[in-house]
Write a protein that binds this ligand. Structure first.
Ligand code: HEC
Ligand code: HEC
Length: 233
């Protein structure tokens, strides 16, 4: 029997369909596994869809997946100290970290409804323009396309970054290199943001450039910028 070109094409197309079906099923399986694990191990604190109901527990919904992945590693190896997250993060395998990161980044963040509106103007000013020695937050955070200086496809760091690991000078000669993916802040709980800024400033959460940046903001300004981002998305 002669096998004509049409038969060959049909076989190839069928093979391609089988391969994509298998890939699709594998992807769906991973997504379902991520959802189940998140429900079992994280939802009690971070909410079923990553919008934690507790002001001191961060929302994970819509967060940059590389950032989530990296923070889970940091909790596990102690680079970011947390009595609550350390025991949760330590037993996770690398592929589980990826499952959680993908699951939560695919959800939609819901901004707080009642951020203290009084400080909006000051908070917005700091975020957009900076203040004194503190650079504008939007140089790195919540820029369109996932941030100029980090995250996937970022210009200056993270995956495929043009300038990862280098330093540039901010106002007042502040060293502002970013070492990793930049988290989204819009819609995050104000209390959580303000608390993290205090910890950066005290050096309790050690991170550059955030240590220097938080330290030059006054406590009131940290609260104002936290209230501003919490009410946005
Ligand atoms: C008992 C409550 C609790 C559980 C359970 C929990 N978390 Fe957390 N999580 C927290 C708290 C509180 C923080 C803030 C930690 C800090 O900075 O001190 C946090 C922080 C995080 C952060 C950092 C977010 C950011 O914006 O920097 C990630 C990522 C995270 N948790 C992922 C998870 C995942 C994934 C699970 C499930 C495997 C989980 N958490 C389970 C309470 C919890
Ligand atoms: C030069 C880039 C850059 C600038 C400018 C910058 N940040 Fe950041 N920020 C980062 C990076 C990178 C991280 C992640 C740090 C880490 O991995 O520990 C971060 C983390 C944070 C976090 C922790 C978020 C979370 O989910 O835990 C907060 C809060 C924050 N920044 C607030 C600000 C504010 C407010 C400003 C402006 C006053 C600002 N940042 C300016 C790069 C920057």
């Amino acid at each position: 029997m002669r096998i004509g070109p049409t038969a060959v094409v049909i076989v190839l197309v069928a093979a391609a369909l089988v391969v994509s079906l298998v890939l699709w099923l594998a992807q769906r399986h991973a997504a379902e596994k991520g959802a189940t694990l998140a429900q079992e191990r994280c939802a009690a604190c971070h909410g079923a869809d990553g919008n934690s109901p507790t002001p001191t527990v961060p929302k994970l919904a819509g967060q940059d997946p590389d950032y989530l992945y990296q923070q889970l590693r940091a909790f596990a190896d102690g680079a970011r100290a947390s009595d609550i997250m350390a025991p949760v993060a330590r037993p996770l395998s690398d592929s589980e970290r990826t499952l959680f990161a993908d699951f939560y980044s695919g959800k939609t963040i819901k901004p707080d409804e009642d951020g203290s509106r009084a400080n909006w103007a000051r908070g917005e000013q700091i975020f957009m323009e900076g203040s004194g020695d503190a650079p504008a937050c939007n140089m790195c955070h919540d820029t369109r396309g996932g941030g100029m200086m980090g995250g996937r496809g970022g210009m200056m760091g993270g995956h495929g970054g043009m300038m990862g690991g280098r330093h540039m000078m901010g106002p007042g000669g502040m060293r502002m290199g970013t070492s990793g993916p930049v988290p989204k802040l819009m819609g995050q709980h104000a209390d959580y943001i303000a608390d993290q800024l205090d910890r950066f400033a005290r050096g309790e959460r050690s991170s550059q450039p955030m240590g220097n940046i938080a330290a030059v903001l006054s406590t009131d300004d940290r609260k104002a910028v936290a209230a501003y981002v919490a009410s946005r998305n």
